[in-house]
Design a protein. Structure first.
Lengths: 288, 217, 212
């Protein structure tokens, strides 16, 4: 601490720097790395690999339920997971039932489904037929209630799909009535809907469940992984990049890892410098 | 001059993105405009989603098909709007009570199973695995240390959150060990949170980069 | 009666839902389906309350010419525009196109998505600022938290031959002490949820009824 009449020392000035300089430094680092288009290797973890291998191991015609419970605020981390998973399912000819239980999510889910199907067609020449290969059930409020009802009968929550077509008229939903008949649930989520899928979906009806969640949520779900309630976990942009790596798709998640790395180094630098400033400032104050 | 509709809309999105970023310098009319616009557009979007995907198939279609029993939940739902009335707000309690009752019943059983029973089961399984591997002579030092840390960590963490007993003596020691374990857990969460926040920025930079490239292509 | 009947409803429905989980008979399943079905319909109107509230507040701000009232017009215009776009598609083509009309989708993709995504991306800057100004190793516990955080953050940093040991350390932190900590929190929260649910069903917790 400076004496009453002396000017702040270097460390105190360091600690009171205008935060807009910090914002600018972060912007510069991320933009420069983006422009240099750097690449970094991605280390694949076991919890992501199990999801990929489970889908790879499904037979043609098996059905999974994809719960896309996120909105535009988390699409950076979760959209790459969705795209990669859908492409893998289309390639394996695994049928997909999609729900979107966040109120701002259905539009994004619709877009992701259409784009993935188009990209798959452009890459392979195979078309994805709506109703036969994929059904988008859409949105209903209150995920806890909806997920519970999915375990009983899809008709309770979704008598019509997102496009207002009766699910009784769609080949896929003619043969599947509830959650117990799907091979797996994959929940990609940035909300507490994941807790409901675990309790009201997987636990209540004993259906295998894997999750892809934001980085903020990821560490909270390792107890479920260890307990065997979920069989896989993709956490944040790194999890998405790992999945892209396994699937052989270089997408936005893989491309973002270099920027992620340098931004992390910058944050660590800030933590170290901030602490050095703090301790030096304290020591100088103690001397005075 | 050719007008590319795609570029037009992407430019609108880029303008709104940069308007929102301008808040980092200071609050300004561009940011306020974007903020209020997204509030209105989100509300409008959600209203139509609710009407088209929920209200119509779950209420209007069954009523049109002659299933008049659905008038009852419709009336109950509409009575929620009495919340805004000073004299008749008590009417809104009935639908709220139905929802709360059903929700509480579901939560009680299913959350207890998933959060308490299964998690404690898994911890006991670790102890059981530890004992059986030790008996069979297949237990490695690393696995033993990890399993002990998990079992002791869970118990001490729970001890820390038990405030009905004073954290003194041996119990205080357990609570202290618990807070140490919790701090490591929070540190891991913080590390992941930093990654999450940075990823959001990365996606925006990628979007702006793609827009800029498309603009000059 | 204004409080007793709702309390009775909560008790009866809550108890019935709990009991039906343990009764593996058709009538129990049918009751649950019926209850969930009606709850979804009621829930739709509950969600509409929030939208009504927003509209009311914005209109009030404009009427009173409160501070920044002009921006409330922007919010109301956005709300009206989205509804009009969807209703137009519905009226001209059919309900199956109500959510896929051109302007409705364009406003979602190019107005709502970028602004929402950017709003949350501002957090990256705030966390950088917080890292510099607030994350201090003031005590041994705080230091432990920071060290764990730094190791986990280094997971995405490629450091050549050092990457493997760092990944091993980070994986250990996540799968051992973090697992223990989060499990303790999960069990604690689970017990709290169960206690609260019981209090609600038994009528001990009544805050949802509001005041008379």
């Amino acid at each position: 601490m400076a004496a009453n009449n002396s000017s702040p020392n270097l460390y105190e000035r360091m600690l009171t720097i205008d935060r807009r300089w910090i914002f600018m430094l972060l912007t510069i680092v991320v933009v420069v790395v983006y422009m240099l288009d750097l690449k970094v290797p991605v280390n694949v973890t076991e919890e992501v690999r199990t999801i990929y291998e489970r889908i790879e191991g499904l037979n043609e015609g098996a059905v999974i339920l994809l719960g896309m419970d996120y909105d535009p605020s988390t699409l950076a981390e979760l959209h790459p997971m969705t795209y990669t998973l859908l492409k893998q399912c289309f390639r394996k000819k695994v049928k997909v039932l999609v729900t979107a239980l966040h109120q701002n999510g259905p539009g994004m889910a619709d877009q992701a489904i259409r784009e993935s199907a188009t990209l798959h067609y452009e890459a392979t020449g195979d078309s994805v037929e709506y109703g036969r290969d994929l059904v988008f059930l859409g949105y209903k409020p209150y995920p806890a209630i909806v997920i519970n009802s999915l375990g009983q009968d899809f008709h309770i929550s979704f008598p019509l799909d997102y496009y207002n077509t009766s699910i009784d008229s769609l080949p896929l939903t003619q043969r599947i009535n509830n959650l117990t008949q799907v091979a797996a649930i994959i929940n990609i989520s940035g909300t507490s809907a994941t807790d409901y899928w675990i309790s009201y979906g997987a636990a209540a009806y004993n259906v295998p469940l894997a999750i892809g969640v934001t980085g903020v949520m990821a560490t909270d779900y390792y107890p479920y992984l260890q307990a065997g309630r979920i069989f896989g976990l993709m956490g944040g942009l790194k999890g998405a990049a790992e999945y892209e790596q396994l699937a052989g798709n270089v997408g936005s998640a893989t491309a973002g890892m270099a920027m992620q790395m340098w931004a992390h180094l910058l944050i660590i630098f800030f933590i170290i410098i901030g602490n050095i400033g703090y301790f030096m400032s304290k020591m100088q104050g103690a001397k005075e | 001059m050719n007008f590319n509709v795609e570029i037009f809309w992407t430019t609108v999105a880029a303008f709104l993105t940069l308007s929102t970023f301008s808040f980092l310098y200071k609050d300004n009319p561009f940011y306020k405009f974007a903020e209020h616009l997204v509030v209105g557009v989100s509300a409008g979007y959600f209203t139509m989603i609710l009407i088209v995907t929920s209200l119509w198939p779950k209420l209007v279609d069954p009523l049109r098909a002659g299933n008049l029993l659905y008038i009852i939940p419709a009336l109950l739902g509409m009575s929620m709007f009495f919340r805004f009335s000073k004299q008749r707000s008590w009417i809104a309690r009935y639908p709220i009570a139905i929802y709360i009752g059903i929700g509480a019943g579901l939560e009680l059983v299913l959350q207890f199973q998933a959060r308490v029973i299964e998690q404690l089961n898994a911890t006991i399984d670790i102890a059981g695995g530890l004992a059986s591997e030790a008996a069979a002579g297949t237990l490695t030092t690393g696995d033993m240390i990890n399993d002990i840390i998990i079992i002791v960590g869970v118990i001490c963490g729970l001890a820390y959150f038990y405030f009905s007993k004073e954290h003194t003596g041996w119990f205080g020691g357990m609570a202290t060990a618990g807070i140490w374990v919790l701090m490591v857990g929070f540190g891991a969460s913080f590390g992941y949170t930093v990654m999450a926040r940075i990823s959001l920025l990365i996606q925006r930079v990628q979007f702006l980069g793609d827009w800029w490239t498309a603009l000059w292509a | 009666m204004r409080r007793q009947i709702p309390l009775l409803l909560v008790f009866l429905l809550g108890t019935a839902i709990v009991l039906q989980e343990f009764i593996p008979l058709d009538f129990a399943k049918a009751f649950k389906e019926f209850a969930l079905d009606w709850t979804i319909v009621i829930g739709v109107f509950a969600m509409a309350l929030g939208i009504w509230s927003l509209t009311k507040v914005s209109m009030e701000k404009v009427r009173r010419r409160s501070e920044n009232w002009q921006y409330s017009i922007v919010a109301l215009a956005g709300l009206a525009a989205m509804m009009l776009f969807s209703i137009w598609s519905w009226a001209t083509v059919g309900i199956e196109h109500a959510l896929s009309g051109y302007m409705f989708v364009q406003f979602f993709d190019y107005v709502m998505v970028p602004i929402q995504a950017t709003m949350f991306s501002l957090l990256a800057f705030f966390i950088a600022s917080a890292a510099y100004r607030a994350f201090r190793a003031r005590s041994l516990l705080a230091s432990l938290l920071l060290v764990a955080a730094v190791i986990v953050m280094l997971r995405v940093v490629y450091m050549g031959p050092l990457s493997d040991p760092v990944n091993v350390m980070a994986d250990w932190i996540i799968n051992v002490p973090n697992l223990a900590a989060k499990r303790a929190i999960l069990v604690g929260v689970g017990l709290g949820i169960v206690a609260t649910a019981l209090k609600v069903i038994l009528g001990i917790e009544r805050t949802y009824l509001g005041r008379d």
